[in-house]
Design a protein around this ligand. Structure first.
Ligand SMILES: [Zn+2]
Ligand SMILES: [Zn+2]
Length: 285
């Protein structure tokens, strides 16, 4: 589907009749991962390749045949998660286009997504520009969701491809040990400074008011931080007790994800010197 000239959505799994496989998405009804084809007059790139799924692969290659874009210069994997890079190796094999990611994602992608059977042959750096002919894509390193997560910015269009750093639905999961809440906060400010007109996100539809969405996400993070500190005012608490205090009315299926958010928030506050833990309970310093 053409979103604007030279920017197409290759997202599959949007048909209402298609059942989202249980366990693959964080919760039932979560929108499928987005995949974009971007091209100028000379070259094209794919931004993310969805799950490793034969039907999805078939749909994407058929779409590429139909559109007939200029030569595919790269299949860009924005980060290490299987919903974004899982389908990349099959596309590489059928198109011959090189696989590209940030250096900090390379090892995890080659090991976890390719099972050692494929290589990232192009490492993308912050500030690097991909000239597609009349359309330039700038690489923006956006750590937070994962260490080497990247966004792509078509400055001439004001089009920013945010992947999971900003989603069309819900807030972004920051997994402890993998992501960093402190980095994520800085990344949101950086994206704000780009003054994009449209954000094409990792899941869900485009966002046409990036400034207010980014402000809302930044405000949300700050509120959660205040809530954590407030919940610790009465003395030390466990992660579970903190989650119950902050995330009220949460369905049981999402408790584990909420716990991860709480821990990531606590790690940031610990790095800021504002909380400490004894291995089980957390307290204000
Ligand atoms: Zn992700
Ligand atoms: Zn995702």
């Amino acid at each position: 589907m053409e979103l604007e000239p030279g920017i197409h959505s290759l997202t599959t799994g949007q048909l209402p009749t298609r059942q989202l496989p249980i366990g693959r998405e964080p919760f039932q009804g979560f929108p499928p991962p987005n995949s974009f084809l971007v091209f100028g007059t000379d070259a094209s790139v794919l931004i993310d390749a969805g799950w490793d799924d034969a039907a999805d692969h078939e749909a994407r290659t058929a779409y590429l045949r139909d559109v007939g874009p200029p030569p595919l210069a790269a299949i860009i994997i924005t980060h290490r998660h299987p919903d974004h890079g899982g389908g990349a190796l099959a596309l590489h094999r059928s198109t011959g286009a090189p696989l590209a990611s940030h250096a900090l994602e390379r090892e995890a992608i080659e090991r976890d997504l390719f099972g050692g059977e494929g290589r990232i042959t192009r490492e993308l750096r912050d500030g690097e520009e991909l000239d597609l002919g009349g359309l330039t894509l700038e690489v923006v390193h956006t750590p937070g969701h994962t260490p080497g997560c990247i966004a792509l910015f078509a400055r001439e269009r004001g089009a920013l491809f945010t992947t999971d750093t900003v989603m069309g639905v819900s807030t972004t999961l920051i997994r402890p040990g993998e992501g960093s809440m402190a980095d994520y906060g800085r990344t949101l400010e950086r994206l704000r400074s780009l003054r994009a007109a449209t954000m094409y996100t990792g899941h869900g539809g485009p966002i046409t008011d990036p400034e207010s969405r980014l402000q809302a996400l930044i405000g949300h993070r700050q509120r959660r931080e205040t809530e954590l500190l407030d919940a610790l005012a009465g003395g030390p608490r466990t992660v579970q007790a903190l989650r119950e205090a902050i995330y009220t009315g949460l369905p049981a299926a999402r408790e584990r994800l909420a716990d991860q958010q709480v821990v990531s928030g606590l790690h940031k506050l610990r790095d800021d010197g504002r909380v400490r833990d004894d291995g089980e309970r957390w307290a204000r310093t």
